[in-house]
Design a protein around this ligand. Structure first.
Ligand code: ATP
Length: 424
């Protein structure tokens, strides 16, 4: 295993070495588990570490956080903790546990368990491996279900026949991993997956859990393929029967992906758009606004997310017709685009090939976006203007001048204000 550890970035090797020390001091056996071990074997970059502790994971996390001088979030109820390192790296620490499903598709009943039991509760063989991080131990991969073989042959395989019924969200996970790594879903696993869909098990899951997996898919590098596959399998009808995934969806997803890449390349210092939200909004196109609102609340999207989705459909027609016009003034571009989120702007841009629109959008993002005045109410008060509608009129004129490039800083804004007050 040493050869794999060597491939890790220096910072992660340091974390593992410190964790190994903590494991010795506290006598708590610690293992690297799950997706991070899978990616380590595959040679895929993964900056999150997942550590499982046989014993008290929270005590382990407290010791490690002290050593690494990192911040620590503890989830006492679940026996888990997350360390956030200064450079944004994340280390998840969990007490090994066993899970029992009181009935299919329910949340499992969780209790402490051995490492073997912890691996047994996992979704697929490739995610059900562990390796000790103790330096003095022979670092052999613990692989009770043949995960290494499946990784080598490119296979997604469940650990037992009831896996998709226990937790139908694994249907989404199987498709996600198979598309991401270009792996095949093993024959029997695929039969079980199809059976779980046709028996309607996805309808029994709390929709909030489906949201988590849907978002994970929409965050993938190329979300179209897994979405299409889920659609073909009939799994998306449990989200909405109205969703349609066809050639035009493929083209739209491609165009969105280009727009996002363009945005990130050209505006690296801005808030980075939530790419999943752009794809999600695009998927809802066949739904009426009423159905969209229902779906959004069933999936439990946050308020800000819901607002961005709905505002796109509310504003779309107006935006496309206004922004397709020639010769829009900067203040018109500003007032149309400034209230919108980046996600909405990206999606509108991805749906319209209009050249005028693209130019306005670039001007807006490069020059006008976030433009604010340096002057404020007290400046006007100082010139004897009483608070009231006059304030707004003057500020609107100064902002227009600023958007047109006629004033640039506080000094020139003040000069303009004085003139406007004088000429009143
Ligand atoms: P990613 O690279 O997308 O983060 P991951 O494998 O790390 O993939 P997570 O969702 O972070 O995925 O989960 C971490 C680990 O927890 C998985 O590798 C898997 O072992 C286990 N796991 C997560 N979700 C489930 C589930 N629904 N059923 C069983 N095991 C799960």
């Amino acid at each position: 295993m040493r050869k794999y550890f060597k491939k890790l970035p220096r910072k992660l090797r340091e974390v593992i070495s410190q964790a190994s020390g903590v494991s010795q001091e506290t006598r708590l056996p610690a293992y690297l588990v799950g997706g991070c071990l899978r990616d380590l074997i595959l040679g895929v970059k993964n900056l999150d570490l997942d550590i499982a502790i046989e014993g008290n994971g929270i005590i382990f996390a407290q010791h490690l956080a002290q050593k690494l001088k990192s911040s620590l979030r503890i989830y006492e109820r679940f026996g888990t903790a997350t360390l956030i390192l200064s450079d944004g790296l994340k280390v998840d620490i969990a007490t090994t546990r066993q899970e029992k499903y009181p009935y299919f598709a329910a949340l499992p009943e969780v209790s402490p368990g051995s490492l073997k039991e912890d691996l047994k509760r996992r979704d697929f063989t490739i995610n059900a491996m562990a390796v000790s991080i103790a330096v003095d131990k022979e670092q052999k991969i613990i692989d009770p279900f043949g995960g290494q073989d499946d990784l080598a042959s490119g296979r997604i395989r469940v650990l037992h026949n009831l896996s998709f019924k226990d937790d139908p969200t694994r249907i989404f996970r199987a498709i996600r991993f198979s598309r991401r790594f270009d792996f095949k879903i093993e024959r029997k696993t695929l039969a079980l997956l199809k059976q779980a869909i046709s028996e309607g098990w996805l309808a029994k899951v709390n929709p909030h859990r489906i949201r988590v997996e849907l978002i994970a898919i929409l965050k993938e590098q190329n979300p179209f393929k897994p979405i299409k596959e889920l659609g073909d399998l009939g799994a998306l009808s449990f989200i909405s029967t109205k969703l349609k995934i066809d050639k035009s969806t493929r083209a739209l997803f491609k165009s969105i992906s280009k727009q996002i890449a363009w945005f990130i390349k050209n505006f690296p210092a801005r808030r980075q758009p939530d790419s999943w939200l752009v794809y999600f909004t695009a998927l809802l196109a066949p739904l009426t606004l009423a159905r969209m609102n229902l779906l959004i609340s069933r999936l439990g999207l946050r308020k800000g997310e819901a607002k961005r989705v709905i505002s796109y459909y509310r504003e779309l027609d107006k935006l496309i017709s206004s922004l397709s016009k020639k010769h829009l003034l900067p203040k018109e571009i500003f007032s149309l685009l400034e209230p919108l989120s980046y996600e909405t702007i990206i999606l509108v841009s991805a749906t319209t090939p209009n050249k005028n629109f693209k130019k306005y959008l670039t001007d807006f993002l490069k020059v006008y976006n976030g433009m604010r005045l340096c002057v404020c109410g007290s400046d006007l008060g100082g010139l004897g203007v009483l608070p009231g509608p006059e304030y707004q009129k003057i500020f609107a004129k100064v902002l227009t001048a600023k958007l047109n490039g006629q004033v640039r800083n506080r000094q020139t804004e003040m000069a303009l204000i004085r003139k406007l007050v004088r000429d009143k």
